[in-house]
Design a binder for this molecule. Structure first.
Ligand code: GTP
Ligand code: MG
Length: 308
């Protein structure tokens, strides 16, 4: 796999420079390949021209692998779906939340992003005939809004034992970009222990900040982070679900997710959530790997996310 290629295989990059890159969070050849030359130059202390050559060499090293359509078809047929616990949403998504892909939930505060994330942590544990994968979830919480009581409440709907439902969710509170990036290592280990769903609620909390010289670095860090999540999804078949709060950007009439448009380059499905009334919400499929623009209604009740 490309992520296992050592950095020192990149033409023109010696062990000392490789170490400098690793120390700044560039762990993979991919991360070097997509880094802006200006950022690489700064990290390595070399000219931008030399940095550009290094990132070009990283891109060449990655190459592109072709598979036959038959192999691709076999890979695709291994894809599984996790039911959201709401039929209208499952139908909109083509069966539920897809494994091996990233699904992004965007919406204003209170639109149900966190509620859906909680519910998926329960439904992934259900048996296949109930729409689950008999698997575990990891909840990476950068907002501090994870509520185990809510998991217990939702688990009751399917008659799951509360302690068992809680044991099926690994939880980590992430307080900084560094913690968010560091959690990826542990996440890889958890996947080996049966985690198939990884939730990041929210993706952008720690990457937000004022416009200015730091904005480019933050944008780059977010891109590297998302590309690591992509790798996890594609190579390990994990269903990755990330949330992003929509807010009004100065000078923009429209509401925009804070990680947009960077996230758009990495996610497969984007679902926007909108308040309709009190506890009713509308989900809109903004984009998917297939041409689609569909929507679904759902409600948030004591039981969790349910059909209207
Ligand atoms: P931000 O994280 O603030 O951007 O919002 P969010 O999109 O994550 O919203 P969240 O998922 O937290 O949804 C909040 C809505 O869910 C609230 O408006 C409540 O109506 C509803 N809700 C949350 N917890 C419960 C609960 O325990 N019972 C019921 N009935 N509704 C709940
Ligand atoms: Mg939330």
């Amino acid at each position: 796999m490309s992520s296992e290629i050592p950095l020192t295989k990149i033409k023109g990059l010696g062990p000392v420079m490789a170490e400098r890159l690793r120390a700044s969070g560039f762990a993979t050849v991919e991360s070097v390949a997509i880094a802006p030359a200006r950022v690489l130059a700064e990290v390595l202390g070399v000219s931008e021209e030399r940095a550009a050559k290094i990132s070009q060499a990283a891109r060449e090293l990655l190459g592109i692998k072709f598979v036959t359509a038959e192999e691709y078809f076999k890979q695709r047929s291994k894809v599984a779906y996790i039911s959201t616990g709401c039929k209208a949403l499952d139908d909109m998504l083509g069966g539920g939340v897809e494994t091996g892909a990233i699904t992004e939930l965007v919406g204003e505060f209170g639109t149900g992003k966190t509620q859906l994330c909680h519910q998926l942590c329960v439904t992934v544990q259900l048996s296949e005939d109930l729409g689950g994968l008999s698997a575990k979830a990891a909840y990476l919480d950068s907002e501090g809004t994870f509520a185990p009581e809510r998991v217990v409440q939702m688990a009751r709907r399917w008659g799951l034992d509360p302690s068992e439902a809680l044991r099926g969710v690994y939880y980590a509170r992430l307080r900084s970009v560094a913690e968010q990036v560091a959690s990826l290592l542990e996440l890889r280990r958890l996947v080996e222990e049966g985690v198939i769903l990884a939730v990041v609620d929210s993706i952008a909390a720690h990457f937000r900040g004022p416009a200015g010289p730091d904005a480019l670095t933050r944008a780059h860090e977010l891109a590297v982070y998302l590309s690591s999540l992509r790798e996890l999804a594609e190579e390990q078949g994990v269903a990755v679900v990330v949330t992003d709060r929509v807010s009004a950007a100065p000078g923009l009439a429209e509401l925009r997710p804070s990680a947009d448009p960077i996230a758009a380059m990495f996610v497969d499905y984007r679902v926007s959530l909108h308040k309709v009334r009190e506890n009713v919400r509308r989900a809109q499929l903004e984009f998917a790997p297939w041409p689609a623009r569909r929507s679904a209604l759902f409600a948030i009740t004591e039981d969790g996310v349910v059909d209207v």
